[in-house]
Design a protein around this ligand. Sequence first.
Ligand SMILES: NC(=O)c1ccc[n+]([C@@H]2O[C@H](COP(=O)([O-])OP(=O)(O)OC[C@H]3O[C@@H](n4cnc5c(N)ncnc54)[C@H](OP(=O)(O)O)[C@@H]3O)[C@@H](O)[C@H]2O)c1
Length: 384
Amino acid sequence: MRALAILGSTGSIGVSTLEVVQAHPSRLSVQALAAGRNRDLLLVQCEAFRPRCVSVGTQEDAEWLRASLSYQPELHWGPEGLLACALHPEADTVVAAIVGSAGLASTEAALRAGRRVCVANKESLVVGGALMHEAALAGGGELLPVDSEHAALHQLLAGRAPATIREVRITASGGPFRDWSLARIQAATIEEALNHPTWKMGPKITIDSATLMNKGLEVIEASVLFGLRPDQVAVTVHPQSQVHAMVGFHDGSYQLQVCANDMKLPIQYCLLFPDQCPGPVASYSWEDARHWTFEAPDLERFPCLGLAFQALREGGTAPALLNAANEVAVAAFLQGRLGFWDIQACNQEVLARIPATPQGSLAQVLDADLTARRHAEGWVQART
Ligand SMILES: NC(=O)c1ccc[n+]([C@@H]2O[C@H](COP(=O)([O-])OP(=O)(O)OC[C@H]3O[C@@H](n4cnc5c(N)ncnc54)[C@H](OP(=O)(O)O)[C@@H]3O)[C@@H](O)[C@H]2O)c1
């Protein structure tokens, strides 16, 4: 039986994780749940799964939960609450599904404490990849990627000697603007950017999918997770989102991983690894493969993807700077303070103005994150 702490239980990944738990009642239990502001959904989840440890964004909401729940779990709030859930002694597996670099410290702590950590929070790998590896090594933690492309690569690369790998290719749906002209993309509205054609996800990653920054973050994530050079990671646009990743070998051949585009599958893969048993997602239907198409990404219409490659090549804190700028820019876009095209301009500005340094300690990485956030905020304010 795996005992879970789910960080970000009220989000898209968190809710899907709980559906996977319900499909495997004899193999998965919930010991801790952590969320931010959605106390109503957290209350419903607590009553359904009765975790021993619960955390929410604020003390006020923690007190509201204490008064509203029909049982009395340990209640926490804020960043310390996230850590309390991540390190709960009854939980051996942590699902890191907070959005943004707010998930960094809890992911690192869980790895250092020797937990299996199923990482959906790609930002923590982008911002502090080397630190995550170091924490896992020091504490005996196990890092498994929830992102569908990286769960696919985890399967494809298992048992392969690094010297046999020529390149890996992750696929991108292309987002809602895949076939839009540059002029139309530049004027895209919030509603248009939130209208993703194949995946239903939280708002931040949905905007990142429209700019292709999500794919850029995933390129960095793939390099960090599998020890690949920047020139060994490539992106192919595949609008059907059924082939998730491919591995190219030196003999010229490729292997592909294919499955339905449902996040419950990679979530279950990570939770139950190495077992791959029946679950809540139906088997892939080969009828669907008749419609597959593949194309190259267009870096002129989607410059954020190029910026991610640039940051990866630069190394050190460059990915953290880019990620922080992007978090600020996406939040400002969702608040109506920036236009869609300003997101890439903000990212470009921060990468160009703030010099990257070696990644160093967690404190140094968080410092780089804060510097980039301040600069990006100033840039946004100057434009609004
Ligand atoms: N959705 C997908 O299909 C998908 C696929 C691959 C990877 N990912 C990655 O998974 C992560 C989560 O994505 P998502 O789509 O599930 O996002 P989401 O729907 O926006 O959910 C985010 C979750 O994080 C919680 N949260 C945010 N900030 C917090 C904080 N400071 N303290 C505590 N909790 C906080 C939110 O709580 P409240 O809602 O209660 O405020 C919510 O539970 C992201 O890094 C994303 O890139 C997502």
